[in-house]
Design a protein around this ligand. Structure first.
Ligand SMILES: C[S@@+](CC[C@H](N)C(=O)[O-])C[C@H]1O[C@@H](n2cnc3c(N)ncnc32)[C@H](O)[C@@H]1O
Length: 471
């Protein structure tokens, strides 16, 4: 669907009309960052008595409350929400944005209700968002071997499923069905773009929760941010100068999108990597073992996506955290059992037991629960081996692409640069983690209890082999 246009020069009038105030700051086009906020004159904050730089009334906050208010006003949106929404706040906000896409398009010929302040503002939002879900095929290939390779592909599959669910759900709503199914005026790529807008522009407000806030979403990021935002239940949201901050005339004002976010998270959510950010971590998916008869039960009880998180530390020695790996390494013969129990209301539930104690609610705590067990060093060795193998495979994929991977060409330079930055960061962290784990594995293999256990296992294996030979 063709997207509407709203030049930045029209924004001040729209703000006056909608009670948004700018004090001493203006919007501007910032090289390499899209729109941003700059200071009209030098600003400094030595005390807390500074007026807000930007205020946005609460009626304009697009949050759970904002979506419900709009559903009361617009019957067409309400119907869409009733059939395809109300599963997650994110999903509802995306349906709201979808409605704004329709209402603000030059192709719109009526029938979906009247526009709102957001309909006009929506036209100002960037047509290109640099997050990987909207990258081209050749740009995506630059992520081969990074933690984002599987994360982006999983996200794209999820978006495809969401869009096809919306198409199915709206079959009986003639106006939506015409746009989505019959004329294909709204396509999967529109949905992917709306998701990218939401991901790169939403923020968590203390009272309204996950929200989008017009004009506040024009403020760019810096890890040495000069501004911050506050929500006030009566007045809405305000942008304020940080205490001790000083900004030169025409200098950009920034907020911190989250300095604890990793490079991969920044690239995934916002389409850039802040090279000054200190947070270094890699999150990799953990696969259950193919030959594990308890794999499904373990995954079900664990209840969330199994991942391995490698985190850098101040000392340069990476740490790792992977609660599922500790569960993955335990078996029936160690004392891990599953039972299907009949509840008093007649329903059935799967319960997990460790040494006969019900630990269903503690599936993420296996490392602690196995402490003190006579085989705890063996369990640790198994976990370390799984983590080592996961890291080794990831590094092999990264290195194979670096050495031989050729992209098709035509990738946008800033995307190529961001992907290279991610590759370098992740390779460095994985290599250091590998070293630490290899050392730990050597130490574990020298542990007396481990040596005795492995010797006993070898002897049993040899007996079995001999029996088989005789047979
Ligand atoms: C919340 S919006 C900020 C306003 C945005 N620049 C615009 O034109 O509407 C977030 C997006 O701004 C851009 N951005 C913000 N901070 C940046 C930075 N430090 N470096 C590069 N791009 C940045 C990224 O494209 C990001 O997805």
């Amino acid at each position: 669907m063709r997207r509407g246009q709203f030049p930045l020069s029209n924004l001040p009038a729209w703000c006056v009309f909608n009670n948004i105030t700018f004090t001493g700051v203006s919007t501007a086009d910032i090289e390499g960052r899209g729109f941003g906020l700059i200071a009209d004159d030098a600003l400094s904050n030595e005390n807390d008595e500074q007026p807000a730089l930007l205020t946005i009334p609460k009626e304009l906050i697009l949050s759970a409350v904002g979506v419900e208010e709009y559903a009361k006003e617009n019957k067409d949106f309400r119907q869409l929400l009733d059939v395809a929404g109300r599963q997650s706040l994110r999903g509802d906000i995306l349906l709201f944005l979808l409605t704004q896409l329709v209402l603000s398009s030059p192709d719109y010929d009526g029938g979906h209700g009247a526009g709102t302040a957001w309909t006009q503002y929506f036209k100002l939002l960037p047509k290109e968002v640099p997050v990987p879900t909207v990258w081209t095929e050749s740009e995506l290939s630059l992520l081969t071997g990074t933690s984002l390779e599987s994360a982006v592909s999983a996200k794209l599959n999820a978006l495809e499923r969401e869009f096809s669910r919306i198409r199915d759900a709206t079959r009986d709503l003639s106006r939506w069905a015409e746009l989505i199914e019959t004329n294909e005026t709204i396509t999967l790529s529109d949905w992917i773009w709306l998701d990218a807008l939401y991901r790169s522009r939403s923020l968590a407000l203390p009272q309204s929760g996950e929200s989008m806030v017009p004009c506040l979403d024009l403020v760019n990021h810096s890890s040495s941010a000069t501004a911050y935002y506050e929500e006030n239940s009566d007045d809405g949201v305000a942008l304020l100068l940080r205490k001790g901050a000083s900004v030169l005339k025409q200098e950009e004002l920034t907020i911190d999108y989250g300095h604890e976010k990793s490079a991969a998270e920044m690239l995934f959510s916002y389409g850039f990597i802040d090279s000054t950010s200190t947070a270094k971590s890699v999150v990799l998916p953990v696969e259950p073992m193919d030959d594990d008869p308890l794999a499904k039960a373990k995954l079900y009880t664990f209840g969330s996506a199994p991942v391995l998180r490698i985190i850098d530390s101040d000392t340069g020695v990476p740490q790792w955290d992977a609660p599922f790996v500790h569960l993955l390494c335990l078996n029936d013969e160690d004392g891990l059992h599953f039972k299907v129990l009949q509840e008093t209301d007649g329903s059935q539930s799967l319960k997990m037991f460790w040494q006969d104690a019900d630990i269903t609610a503690k599936a993420g705590n296996m490392e602690t629960l196995t402490q003190g067990h006579e085989l705890c060093q063996i369990f640790r060795l198994r976990a370390v081996s799984v983590v080592l193998e996961t890291i080794q495979q990831q590094l092999e994929a990264l290195i194979a692409y670096d050495e031989g991977g050729t992209s098709i060409g035509g990738e946008r330079p800033y995307i190529r640069q961001a992907a290279v930055q991610l590759r370098v960061l992740e390779k460095d962290l994985l290599e250091r983690a590998l070293q630490v784990l290899e050392q730990e594995k050597v130490q574990l293999l020298e542990d007396k209890a481990v040596m005795a256990y492995l010797a006993a296992m070898n002897a049993t294996q040899q007996d079995d082999d001999n029996d088989e030979d005789f047979a």
